[in-house]
Write a protein that binds this ligand. Structure first.
Ligand SMILES: C[S@@+](CC[C@H](N)C(=O)[O-])C[C@H]1O[C@@H](n2cnc3c(N)ncnc32)[C@H](O)[C@@H]1O
Length: 226
């Protein structure tokens, strides 16, 4: 990985570019901090980054990738990681839809986390919501068998949308069935966004969906008739 002293990063710069990832692959990107085989965990839209830092600190042998559209937030997070000396995190400044499609092989990711993505509450803006059926299908395909897609939102209308998108995705199984989602997730770090919304009485919604294991019925691996 290229070490850049850019934007005043006070230590190792954990940012990587799409080109570096395509040229070297994830194992080289995480070397020498982590040895293969990597257990890849991806957070989409890490924002201020406190959730990603918490996961990475608690699980030092997992390989964490944070994808964030905002340049400012990516630089701030790179500074924070450099100060914390967390070697098991890499940051990618990118639109997640494209990054997921181009930079992760099918079946290669153990966990995706999508926390409080922008709800775009007006109907004419629904098309801007991150969790579109095509993106969720892409996330599902990149999960390893048994891998999980973890989602949270505080917005009731977006929650209904997410219920519908997840229920329609044939590669995913709801780990909380028969409930479509939970309203509590003990042990999970609350981000500053979450605390702010909880302070306004908005109780979040949480989903855990699992990529079906081989042998389970799926459109890719149809169960054979006896
Ligand atoms: C409402 S904030 C939530 C931040 C954080 N996940 C949290 O829970 O505190 C949504 C974040 O997603 C980022 N974002 C929005 N669209 C994105 C996309 N298509 N790809 C990557 N990041 C995106 C935004 O820049 C913002 O930082």
């Amino acid at each position: 990985m290229t070490r850049r002293i850019d934007g005043g990063i006070p230590g190792p710069d954990r940012r990587v570019s799409a080109l570096e990832i395509l040229e070297k692959g994830w194992e080289a990107i995480f070397a020498p901090d982590l040895a293969p085989p990597l257990r890849l965990v991806v957070e989409v839209g890490f924002g201020r980054g406190e959730f990603l830092v918490d996961l990475a600190r608690r699980r030092p042998t997992d390989a964490f990738v944070g994808i964030e559209l905002s340049h400012k937030r990516t630089v701030k997070m790179a500074r924070r990681l450099a100060r914390l000396e967390l070697g098991n995190v890499r940051l990618l400044e990118a639109r997640a839809e494209r990054a997921v499609e181009e930079l992760f092989a099918p079946g290669s990711v153990s966990e995706f986390w999508v926390n409080f993505s922008d709800p775009w509450p007006k109907k004419r803006h629904f098309k801007r919501r991150l969790l579109q059926p095509a993106f969720v299908a892409d996330l599902a395909r990149r999960l390893a068998p048994g891998g999980t897609l973890e989602i949270a939102t505080d917005d009731p209308s977006y929650a209904e949308w997410i219920d519908d998108v997840l229920a329609a995705e044939p590669l995913l199984e709801n780990a909380h069935a028969p409930e479509p989602h939970l309203r509590d997730a003990p042990g999970r770090l609350r981000t500053s966004f979450e605390e702010e919304w909880r302070g306004k009485g908005r109780i979040p919604y949480f989903w855990t969906h699992r990529r079906a294991s081989p042998g389970a019925a799926s459109p890719e691996e149809p169960r054979k008739r006896p």
